[in-house]
Design a protein around this ligand. Structure first.
Ligand SMILES: Cc1cc2nc3c(=O)[nH]c(=O)nc-3n(C[C@H](O)[C@H](O)[C@H](O)COP(=O)(O)O)c2cc1C
Length: 368
């Protein structure tokens, strides 16, 4: 099958991609327990440097927003130094990498915060459970699971601190040699908690109307813009996802309002999670990609259960400028070559998706 569109170059703002295959952000938990990137991660990302663009694993901007054992941060100098090794390795291998800026909000367990409550727009818990920090006798295997706690509703000072931490995170990311940043406004984390009507019941300027619910996102964009040119800035959204208790009264309106904000900011791209088939996330009954695109004339990276054929068609039809692949990148460091040669894909081993060292991380072989 010809994949001429998938293999054509494209510009996302100032980012020049040699192909339209994007490595989706993947939390793999190979950092130090102090949230500092490791040289092993440099090998892993460099193995995948022929992607048109790599989006880093979610990277916390503030210890208050960090609730994932061995995920990375970008709030201190040690983390910046760790990331420099990774960005150098990707650049030396000919690639491009942006940093996904993250704050988990209500999805941080109190166990990560010395017993303090996590913060969120409203005191409503996320649905489900997540991995707790390791017990004292931890042997490196699966971590114990705990349900999410009811968070503390943020006051004005909490909001100001969170916004400032995104600005600082963006500044640090550029110091660490990233080619740009992606604001993580998806998957039920802090910004998404503000955006969606199920998790945001505020009665002040940050809640109620869709204009108010997007105010926090707008402030984060403004803070990031102080340090990063908008043509090197993207954001990731999932306005139809219902995981972790997320939901919205009008996802179409939300998508179109986010499109207007991205347009006004002059952002390089919007990265939309809206699966074309159920898999990691559910395929939505009513997709909102056309609502987003009506208001945003920049590039759209589309994500969710794509393969080479569906990706080629989406780009040929002008539905998206690039497609990102998540699970395929776990087990296929040579995904670009496999697509190009029509080689079958290797299946990921999820036992090592979120825990471990080199096994199940950097040891997936290339096809040739
Ligand atoms: C192991 C794993 C880790 C993930 N970590 C992140 C992350 O850090 N940030 C994010 O926005 N999405 C994350 N996701 C979601 C993926 O980026 C992607 O949206 C999802 O895998 C669906 O794409 P796919 O069908 O190509 O796998 C993760 C998914 C997996 C499987």
């Amino acid at each position: 099958m010809a994949l001429d569109h998938l293999f054509s170059p494209v510009k996302l703002g100032a980012l020049d991609l040699p192909n339209r295959i994007v490595m989706a952000p993947l939390t793999r938990a190979r950092n130090t327990p102090d949230n500092v990137p490791t040289p092993l991660m440099a090998d892993y990302y460099a193995q995948r440097a022929d992607a048109g663009l790599i989006v880093s694993e979610a990277t916390a901007v503030d210890p208050l927003g960090m609730g994932w054992y061995r995920a990375p941060g970008i709030w201190n100098d040690a983390q910046v130094e760790g990331w420099k090794i990774v960005t150098d390795a990707v650049h030396n291998a000919g690639g491009r990498i942006v940093c996904q800026l993250w704050h988990m909000g209500r999805l941080v367990l109190p166990d990560y915060l010395d017993g303090e409550l996590p913060i969120a727009p409203s005191a409503i818990a996320g649905e489900g459970e997540t991995m707790a920090p390791p017990p004292p006798d931890y042997d490196g295997g699966f971590l114990p699971m705990k349900p999410y706690a009811v968070p503390r509703a943020m006051d004005a000072a909490d909001i100001a601190r969170a916004v400032a931490s995104y600005g600082k995170g963006a500044q640090n990311a550029m110091r660490a040699g990233f080619d740009g940043i992606e604001i993580h406004a998806a998957n039920g984390y802090l910004i998404d908690q503000f955006l969606r009507s199920n998790s945001n019941r505020r009665t002040d300027d940050y809640g109620g109307s869709v204009e108010n619910r997007t105010r926090f996102l707008q402030e984060v964009i403004d803070a990031v813009k102080t340090h990063v040119s908008p043509d090197r800035m993207g954001m990731r959204i999932s306005p139809t996802s219902e995981r972790k208790g997320m939901g919205d009264e009008n996802p179409e309106k939300l998508a179109s309002t986010i499109g207007q904000i991205a347009q006004k900011a002059g952002m390089a791209y919007v990265h939309l999670i809206e699966p074309v088939a159920s898999g990691f996330d559910e395929k939505p009954e009513k997709p909102v990609i056309s609502d987003l695109r009506r208001d945003f004339s920049g590039a759209v990276i589309h994500n969710g259960s794509f393969d080479a054929a569906t990706a080629e068609r989406a780009i040929a039809d002008g539905e998206a400028e690039a497609i990102s692949f998540g699970r395929p990148y776990i087990s296929n460091p040579d995904l670009v070559d496999r697509f190009s040669n029509g080689t079958d894909l290797a299946e990921p081993n999820f036992d090592y998706a979120y825990v471990g060292e080199a096994k199940g991380y950097t040891d997936y072989p290339r096809a040739t």
